[in-house]
Write a protein that binds this ligand. Sequence first.
Ligand code: MLT
Length: 314
Amino acid sequence: MKVLITDGLEAEAIAALRKAHEVDVAELDAKQLLEAIPAYHALIVRSRTKVTKEVLERAANLKVVGRAGVGVDNIDVTQATARKVAVVNAPTASSVSVAELALGHMLSLYRSLAVADRSVKEGKWEKKRFEGHELHGKVLGLFGSGRIGAEVAKRAAAFGMRVIAFDPYLPPEVAKGHGIELVGKEELLEDADIVSIHAALTPETRGIIGAGELSLMKHTAVLVNCARGEIVQEVALADALSSGAIAGAAVDVFEKEPPAGSPLLTAPNVVFTPHLGASTHEAQARAGAIIAEQVFAALSGRRPEFVVNPGAYG
Ligand code: MLT
C-alpha cells in the first residue's frame, strides 16, 4: 500500500515501513497535500502538516493517519472518524523528553541561565544581579497531569518540591501513586510557586489561562508552558509579565508557530524554546518505531494499540 510521510520520520521507521509498503517522504504544503492525498492509504505527520476536513474529504483511499507524537490537535479527528479513517499517535514516546525540558525551564528561570549566559558573553560579571532561588521547598503546580505530568512530578520530588495538580480527569489514587496532591484550579494558581502546563489542547483547555487566572498567581510565581500555546492567552500573559503580576515565564509553544508578531516576544522576564519538548533523539526514535507499528497494524486490518478515535472502527 502507499504511505505518505510529510513531516519527516526516523530513518529506521521509514526503512521498516518500506519493507512492506511503498513509502514517499515529501514536505508538502497545504495545496500539494490536497493534490497528492487521493493516492495514499496512510499519511504520517508530526505537527507541521494540518490534516484538515478538506484533506480528509479528498482522501478516497486513506485508512489511517499516523501522528508521530502526542498531540492530535492538527488533525480533524471528528472528520476522520466520520470517514472511518483511524487516527493513531505515539502517546508514550516523548513523556520523559517533555518532562526534562519543563524541569530545564524551571531551573533556567530560577537561576536566570539564559540571561546570565548573555551577560557573560557581553563581558559582564553580574553575580549580584543573578542571585536566584532553589527549587527545593517550592510548590510545583501541574496544570493538567497525564503521562508527562507524572514524569515531571517524579523529577520535582527529587528536587524536594511539593507537587500539586489540577486535573479533573486524574483519578485520586493515580495522583497519590505519583506523589501528586489534587487541588482545584484556583487553589493551584494561588498556591504554586511554579505553574507548569501539561494538558492537551481541547475545546475545554483552549485559552483557559487568561488574565483572570494569571491574576490569581503569586507575584513571585512563574509559568512554564511546554504543552500547547493556545492554552494560554498570549496577550494576557504578556500583560502579566509587563505589569509584574507574575515574575516570569518559560514558553516552548505558541498560539502560532513560528510566533512572528506574538506580544510575548517583547515581554520582559520570559525565555523561549522553539517547540522542543519532543525534540530529542530518544523521543523521535520511539515516536518513529511506535507510529510505524501502528500504521502497519492499521494497513493490515488489525486494530492498532493507540487509536485516538475508536469510533473509526465501528
Ligand atoms: C507532541 O505533541 O508530540 C509534541 O508537542 C511535539 C510536536 O508537536 O511536534
